[in-house]
Design a protein around this ligand. Structure first.
Ligand code: AMP
Ligand code: MG
Length: 495
């Protein structure tokens, strides 16, 4: 039974209005005893929502999914997806709902979505629920990514439901409310392409163009221009992940948003010691979604998107395939360009020079050979520009001479920059974070939160909100996990 309350959000519902066939109307399950654990006040303000009203019992009931806010048109979205390479024609929101879209204070259309709000027609064998730990994890990682300047969905709130969730043990239940540019996934296109209604794919593509790539509408071939827009956005996004050592963990096509935002933080984690083969997810046995594979997988997923678009690209199949392939093949070059520019910035190099590629590759080889902490190393290099190389050098304990040889080449290259050393170092500090969500810190915070103590979570969230500003008292958030932790660390998808 849903209750209408005073409007908290000025909803519009273009997805539900325009994309019949791509959702099931549905409502959330009531929570036994909803309690607000964390509310993103900055994001609420962006949405033009009243923080006070969101914190009232009526507001919390809405954030828990048990009450439908006025103006919302809640739907469970339909999508398909390749999961670890295998196609599943019907996935969809098994435990999530799109409440509607909110036009934010800057005029941007943003989805408001709930996760953990009960079983839907897409639930298959699932219970429709989510636990406190994984929902706070999504909150935390999303805020960290946002502060790092990487496009991401963001959590508005996490509400404890007061219900138990049965996993390996009994866990406290929770509902996450999430804000996204949209929840249209590669898998949404896969679902539409396989649908018996042939107009559905075109309606979806037109909708996605209008919402995410409006310029494509004026192109000679709007659907090809749209595909190119998605390719561009993903090349930039995945380069952003790689530059901070982020591993998504489950890059299935249903977890890739065509908006170019990072979405669905499940078994994701940040890498400490640099190793291209790093995998944390307990279900990723083959290392399909390992750190270094992410650009390759992104392109694979984009190929799946291209396949769905073929009928829209050209009446002649060969012509359509040739056009899509040309755009798809631009991905590696676009990705490399973002990545190289990002890596140069991390090393304090402004203009591109031919030698930069080997300088970057040689540093990464050293990091890997000596198992050096990725984040600490880049941050410490700014110190070397300021005249103190000792902290950076100390990270290469196994073979400091190898670092010295590299650093000499690098310093010579930096001195060819037009900017003075302090300006170079300051620019490096703006792209090399001090604080990332270190796995041992995340686990510590979530374990305590699951036991009812949110103090560590709040402190960690606070550190991650300004990742580039070193602050006294937060030293312990900047250090890697104790030796051995990463080797054993596993993240779980059964969230
Ligand atoms: P995810 O691994 O969270 O990206 O989810 C993959 C698919 O499984 C999506 O269709 C989800 O809606 C569905 N799913 C995951 N967990 C549950 C659950 N507890 N109950 C129902 N559906 C779920
Ligand atoms: Mg998902």
């Amino acid at each position: 039974m849903s209750i209408a309350v005073n409007p908290l959000f000025a909803f519009d519902n273009s997805y539900a209005r325009e994309l019949e066939g791509l959702y099931e109307p549905w409502e959330g399950a009531p929570a036994r005893e909803p309690r607000l654990l964390v509310l993103n006040e900055d994001l609420a303000a962006e949405l033009g929502a009243d923080v006070g009203a969101l914190s009232t019992p009526e507001g919390v009931a809405i954030l828990a999914g048990g009450a439908t806010p006025a103006g919302a048109w809640p739907v469970a979205q339909a999508y398909a997806g390749h999961q670890f390479g295998g196609f599943v024609p019907r996935l969809g929101d098994g435990r999530a709902l799109l409440l509607g879209e909110v036009i934010d204070v800057q005029g941007r259309r943003r989805d408001l979505h709930l996760k953990g709000s009960g079983r839907t027609p897409f639930a298959r064998g699932g219970d429709g629920k989510a636990a406190v730990g994984p929902m706070l994890r999504e909150y935390l990682i999303g805020e960290a990514m946002h502060a790092l300047g990487i496009p991401t969905t963001r959590a508005l709130a996490v509400v404890a439901t007061g219900d138990d969730v049965v996993r390996e043990t009994l866990l406290p239940g929770a509902v996450l409310s999430r804000v996204a540019a949209s929840h249209i996934r590669v898998g949404t296109f896969q679902y539409a392409a396989a649908h018996r209604d042939p107009t559905l794919l075109r309606r979806l593509a037109d909708y996605a163009i209008a919402r995410h790539h409006p310029d494509a509408a004026d192109a000679e071939n709007p659907y090809l221009a749209f595909f190119e827009g998605v390719v561009r956005a993903q090349a930039s996004l995945v380069a952003g992940w790689m530059l901070v050592g982020f591993i998504h963990g489950v890059m299935n096509t249903d977890n890739m948003a065509i908006s170019g935002e990072s979405i669905d933080y499940g078994p994701c984690a940040f890498m400490d010691a640099f190793d291209p083969g790093t995998v944390f997810s307990s279900i990723d046995h083959g290392g399909r979604y390992a750190y270094a594979n992410q650009p390759i997988v992104a392109q694979w997923n984009l190929a799946r998107l291209a396949e769905t678009l073929l009928p829209l690209l050209h009446a002649d199949a060969d012509t359509a395939i040739a056009a899509a392939t040309a755009v798809l093949q631009s991905f590696p070059e676009r990705y490399e360009e973002h990545w190289r520019r990002g890596m140069r910035a991390k090393l304090g190099l402004h203009d591109a020079q031919a030698q930069d590629v080997t300088l970057i590759d040689d540093l990464l080889a050293l990091l890997q050979a000596q198992r050096v902490d990725f984040t600490s190393c880049f941050r410490a290099l700014a110190g070397a520009v300021r005249g103190d190389a000792a902290p950076a050098r100390s990270l290469f304990a196994r073979d400091p001479a190898a670092f010295d040889a590299w650093a000499e080449r690098w310093r010579a290259r930096v001195s060819s920059e037009a900017a003075v050393p302090e300006a170079v170092a300051a620019a490096m500090d703006r792209v090399n974070p001090v604080y990332i969500p270190r796995n041992h810190r995340v686990e510590e915070a979530l374990t305590a939160a699951t036991d009812g103590d949110l103090e560590a979570f709040r402190r960690l969230l606070d550190a991650l909100a300004e990742p580039f500003d070193e602050r006294p008292g937060l030293e312990s958030y900047a250090t890697p996990a104790p030796p051995g932790f990463e080797d054993e660390y596993r993240t779980f998808c059964g969230t």
